[in-house]
Design a binder for this molecule. Structure first.
Ligand code: SF4
Length: 488
């Protein structure tokens, strides 16, 4: 498929819309006023026309051709990218018969948008109209975004301006899952790096604590992610958590999460260690309760191991447990997914996060090569089933986000029993609190709500780079103070 741009360069946005309709396609990009191809192309044109601009799309695909045009006044305030996206959406819907439920919302955070409209005083009906008119978003998706916003708003009101969250990245896993797109090393290949990594991570934690204290910031939540933090030995976890306890003032802390993640890393000793050191919330993630699917995705643990890890966590007194699952895993079926949902509901975890498979380039599960297998699944039905049954079982959606390349252009939704929502997940998604992040691959997000400013500081991605260039990276952390200085 060739995309020909004339008078504009909205490549990123246009490709995003095209992927809603033909996800596993590679696009050739051409900048030209003419089209050489006679089929399988889209011509995206912006042309001056006196006081007006003519925006037009000609889409040729599957032997059908559709043309959509719109004239706008040059003087008007309009978003050409969005208008072209809408023209393209209409043309491609006509050709393929597909109507993606989130409409043209590709780079937009739907819940953030809903929150903005509610802040502006709009009612549900008005927001629904706007979502439909501006983004071609379905009522079903608007409804879930709206419900999510309602739950979030109670929590967002509790965020103090001088508060921050701390994110700690542990980029190691026991083995690599086939769908993984994170930079994570297997424990075996990263073994030699781990002692140095922990030493430097501790230095970064101490330095971050110093900065936050100097700025008068109060620690609100802590989140250990990765990777799989529980890939580390109990003594290593103890050492990192002790560094946190000694360096930061924890008197204002409201939540302390550790993604235990994979059941094959969870032992009584590790759980006791993290509980003793203040962790209040953990994730134990089955992804699916179907052993055959677990095997197909290279997860290397069984559902029985998950059940054991879950009950161990309960026995040790963890009263807020999250379980992650994924809709659309290769070889999974709707029936088997439904059994996973029912199995989890029976366990009554406080949080259940339903992801949709997102296949990125970094994953071993190559998108294009596996498209036949991966795309022929019922991920949309799976997500619908999860929403229905979780709602019936008393869970509420409390955070929602979308990524590129998600099957069927779906979403990830965190569900929670009332009052058990993870604060950190809301803060990071809605960008309403500064997150100071440490470790390889971590990125700090600096938020100034009053000044409406947002800045990011990226750490080196790979553990080896992190170790090698540690001092340069630490130097970059001075930007945190610069950011807050501008605020004053
Ligand atoms: S456990 Fe998570 S981070 Fe680790 S390999 Fe699997 S998907 Fe990637």
């Amino acid at each position: 498929m060739t995309l020909v741009f004339s008078g504009n360069e909205y490549k990123y946005e246009i490709e995003g819309i095209m992927k809603l309709f033909i996800p596993a396609t590679r696009f050739k990009t051409v900048f030209s006023d003419t089209v050489e191809e006679d089929k399988d192309f889209v011509f995206i044109s912006v042309k001056e026309h006196d006081e007006q601009l003519l925006l037009s799309i000609t889409a040729d695909h599957l032997g059908k051709r559709e043309v959509r045009e719109q004239l706008v006044l040059k003087a008007d305030d309009f978003d050409a990218e969005l208008l072209l996206s809408k023209l393209l959406y209409r043309a491609m819907s006509e050709i393929t018969g597909i109507k993606p439920k989130w409409g043209v919302m590709t780079g937009v955070r739907p819940v953030k948008r809903v929150n903005r409209y509610i802040d502006a005083g709009l009612e549900y009906q008005q927001i629904k109209e706007l979502f439909k008119r501006e983004y071609y978003c379905s009522e079903e998706k608007l409804d879930i975004a709206y419900r999510t916003a309602q739950v979030q708003r109670k929590i967002m009101g509790t965020v103090k301006e001088d508060s921050f969250s701390l994110y700690v990245n542990i980029p190691f896993c026991p083995t690599r899952c086939s769908y993984c797109s994170f930079i994570s090393q297997t424990i075996d290949s990263g073994k030699k790096l781990i002692p140095d990594y922990i030493k430097l991570l501790s230095r970064e934690l101490e330095y971050t604590a110093e900065i936050s204290q100097r700025l008068g910031l109060k620690l609100d939540t802590i989140y250990f992610g990765g990777g799989t933090p529980t890939s580390l030995e109990p003594s290593q976890l103890e050492s990192i958590m002790q560094t946190i306890e000694k360096s930061f003032d924890l008197s204002t802390l409201r939540e302390y999460t550790i993604e235990a993640g994979r059941a094959d890393t969870i032992t009584m000793e590790k759980l006791e260690t993290i509980k003793r050191n203040g962790c209040t919330r953990i994730s134990v993630n089955p992804q699916t309760l179907n052993d055959k699917v677990l095997e197909a995705i290279g997860r290397r643990h069984t559902s029985e191991q998950f059940y054991k890890a879950f009950s161990l966590a309960r026995e040790l007194g963890f009263d807020c447990i999250n379980t992650d699952i994924i809709a659309g895993l290769p070889t999974d079926t709707l029936d088997s997914f439904e059994r996973t949902i029912e199995g989890l509901i029976a366990l009554e975890p406080e949080n259940i996060t339903v992801h949709t498979l997102s296949i990125k380039r970094a994953a071993d599960l190559n998108y294009a090569e596996n498209k036949g297998e991966v795309l022929k699944n019922s991920s949309a039905d799976m997500v619908d089933y999860a929403s229905l049954r979780l709602t019936e079982s008393g869970y509420q959606p409390y955070y929602l986000y979308r990524q590129k390349n998600m099957l069927d252009n779906l979403e990830n939704i965190g569900w929670s029993k009332s009052g058990m929502e993870s604060l950190y997940n809301i803060f990071i998604m809605e960008e309403i609190q500064t997150i100071l992040a440490v470790g390889a691959g971590a990125s700090s997000k600096l938020v100034d709500l009053k000044g409406k400013r947002l800045d990011r500081i990226f750490n080196y991605k790979h553990p080896l780079e992190y170790i090698k260039h540690f001092d340069i990276m630490l130097e970059k952390k001075k930007e945190i103070a610069d950011f807050y200085a501008k605020e004053k």
